[in-house]
Design a protein around this ligand. Structure first.
Ligand code: FDA
Length: 308
């Protein structure tokens, strides 16, 4: 409930100005964001891969309303992927892309612009030996995102996508995406969605996650289990046993700065543990979703503002 109020408020320009304008916000943001520049992102990649973790990098930004800005976001990915190429990390590195940041929200031509920009990113990723996964945003974008995924996979078959368990449609989407070579990142979902399309009760979202997880683990694709939830991680292990999946036939993913001890423990046990690393100056939407997920994060934010 508190989370949805925060998510709704986060879309108001007034709230955005107020939060962004507080000098200490940046310090708090740094807990969840690797920094503003490509160098900051590369530094985080070096540190985390050096510690045995895999990474996926997100250039922050979303809901671009301008074709020039959408192209610039794609340029930023191309630049970052060139830096990644030097590190020769192979499939230990990939990038995550929000299609709304590369043009999806630009009216009638949005899908085509987003597809062209995403294709450019996939080409640069291919040259760097890295993969690409499409993030999933609010429910109005799901059909468009899955359509663009289908087209991209024609040339870049390793392209993955996030599916949100809170949406009623997601079990069917998981079934459609359970084929060989498919890469699905299963998440609970982080947007304020209406009760007509999504479970809003936390318990129901968790139960839906387990149903989706079962479909993916029983299927032929590569499940990417993106959660910080211990119960879901232990259910994943049970399902891996049941469906004969070895280490490496599925992977875990968590967000930068969240449950770092658990990240290390899973990697230490031999799992592929991929950390989602956001970087860039357009951190506001991402940051507010992290606050909304956990009231304790709001307390942390308020304490920092109070100088503690
Ligand atoms: P849950 O929120 O129940 O948290 C379980 C436990 O994890 C908590 O008790 C706490 O210990 C810890 N935790 C969780 N969130 C925390 C936070 N913000 N700060 C500190 N501790 C926290 N969503 C989306 O809609 N589209 C997308 O494309 C993606 N992409 C994505 C990629 C990756 C790699 C991850 C891990 C997550 C996403 N998400 C996402 C976000 C996702 O939908 C979800 O909001 C968060 O992962 C939180 O849900 P959990 O599954 O962790 O469970």
């Amino acid at each position: 409930m508190f989370g949805s109020v925060l998510l709704a408020g986060s879309r108001l320009p007034l709230v955005r100005r107020a939060v962004s304008g507080v000098p200490l916000t940046r310090k708090v943001v740094d807990r969840f964001v690797a920094g503003e520049t490509v160098q900051d992102a590369v530094e985080a990649v070096r540190r985390l891969t050096g510690a045995g973790l895999a990474v996926t990098i997100d250039h922050l930004g979303e809901e671009t309303r301008d074709a020039g800005a959408a192209a610039q976001t794609a340029d930023a990915y191309v630049l970052m992927l060139a830096a990644l190429r030097e590190l020769e990390l192979g499939d230990r590195a990939e990038v995550s892309v929000k299609l709304s940041a590369v043009g999806q929200a630009l009216g009638a031509d949005g899908d085509k612009i987003a597809l062209d920009n995403a294709r450019r990113i996939c080409e640069a990723a291919h040259d760097a030996g890295a993969g690409v996964t499409l993030d999933m945003e609010d429910h109005t974008t799901v059909d468009s995102t899955l359509g663009i995924l289908r087209t991209l996979r024609g040339d870049f078959p390793g392209t993955g996508v996030a599916i949100q368990s809170y949406l009623f449609r997601s079990e069917a989407d998981c079934r459609d995406l359970s084929y060989e070579g498919s890469r699905v990142r299963l998440v609970k979902g982080a947007y304020a969605e209406p009760a007509s399309v999504a479970h809003r009760d936390k318990n129901e979202v968790d139960k839906a996650y387990v149903r989706c997880l079962r479909i993916l683990m029983a299927g032929k694709g590569h499940p990417m289990v993106a959660t910080h939830d211990d119960r879901l991680i232990s259910i994943t292990e049970t399902l891996a046993d049941r469906f004969g999946r070895a280490l490496g036939d599925y992977e875990y993913q968590m967000l930068y700065g969240i449950r770092t001890d658990k990240q290390q423990a899973l990697a230490g046990a031999g799992h592929t543990m991929r950390v989602y690393i956001p970087y860039g100056d357009d951190w506001y939407g991402y940051f507010m979703r992290r606050l909304a997920e956990r009231p304790a994060n709001v307390a942390f934010f308020l304490r920092a503002l109070g100088g503690k």
